[in-house]
Design a protein around this ligand. Structure first.
Ligand code: AMP
Length: 278
């Protein structure tokens, strides 16, 4: 497995793969890898001949009072997991290699980024779009895989790739969960034992909404109340609950199968997100 820190080395590797007739896959991550990330690697392998993973805790997508400094960084363990998963190349640049001190260009997507996490985390998707555009230019993938776990992020990236004519196929992979339903996340490492139990409220809230819709409740306000109640029952503080159309992310007033329920909630100081296609 190759490990690159310099953008030019990563680009040379990608070019050499393509010169050999291979399709290059990319899985962008912030590290602290878990089975959710590894499922993206497996998905990437189905769509490509050489799989690359990027590990970069991107400072520009964190707000000033967010967890950039304490975000878990476990490089050696991540590299072991990538080796075991048969990854061909890992790109893990230092921050200086990604952002020059005089950098003054960024990428913004204006429509899909506006609501949900975009409304709660100003500037977040600008940071995401900018770093993913840079990673696409560096790693030059034919296909890139993103998790449904970050539903809005996947939609925003798909839009950006289309709008900016990136020659990259965007693939979305399903959410990988712990046996009890908690969506896997690097941020779960922050949870105390008690919070880990409370955190179950997030996936349960989504399931309650799905069950209520199946039982005939389609009023979105009622479904959101059901989710908020479930979060409160578990001692979680909602950032938002929403029911949206999957393609536009527009809120619906009457939910239908295929719409997406989304939750962001604080469990102690940890912000958890999850979603479910109803
Ligand atoms: P992150 O390292 O949190 O930035 O995530 C990197 C990629 O992994 C993103 O495309 C996420 O959507 C995806 N991902 C994170 N958690 C999961 C999960 N539980 N199941 C599937 N994909 C995930």
């Amino acid at each position: 497995m190759h490990v690159f820190e310099k953008p030019e080395d990563m680009r040379l590797w990608s070019r050499s793969q393509k010169a050999a007739g291979k399709r290059v896959g990319l899985v962008p991550t912030m590290g602290c890898l878990h089975h959710g990330h590894l499922s993206l690697v497996n998905e990437a392998r189905k769509h490509s001949d050489a799989v690359s993973v990027t590990i970069f805790v991107n400072p520009t997508q964190f707000g000033p009072n967010e967890d950039f400094d304490k975000y878990p960084r476990v490089a050696e363990r991540d590299l072991d997991l990538c080796r075991q998963a048969g990854v061909d190349a890992v790109f893990m640049p230092p921050a200086e290699a990604m952002y020059a001190t005089d950098a003054s260009t960024c990428v913004t997507e204006d429509r899909l980024s506006a609501g949900l996490c975009g409304a709660c985390r100003p500037g977040h998707f600008r940071g995401v779009c900018t770093v993913v555009a840079k990673l696409f230019n560096i790693a030059q993938p034919d296909v890139a895989v993103f998790g449904q776990k970050d539903f809005q992020q996947a939609a925003v990236i798909r839009q950006m790739a289309k709008d900016l004519n990136f020659p990259v196929e965007i693939v979305t992979a399903p959410i990988v969960r712990e046996p009890d339903g908690l969506a896997m996340s690097s941020r779960n490492a922050y949870l105390t034992a008690i919070e880990r139990q409370q955190a179950l409220g997030v996936s349960r809230a989504l399931r309650s909404a799905a069950d209520a819709l199946a039982g005939g409740t389609s009023d979105a306000a009622a479904l959101r109340r059901i989710m908020a109640d479930e979060l409160a029952r578990h001692g979680l503080r909602p950032d938002y609950t929403a029911i949206v159309k999957p393609d536009t992310l527009d809120p619906v007033s009457q939910a239908r199968p295929g719409d997406v329920a989304l939750v962001a909630a604080y469990c102690g100081k940890t912000r958890l997100i999850d979603n479910r296609i109803l």
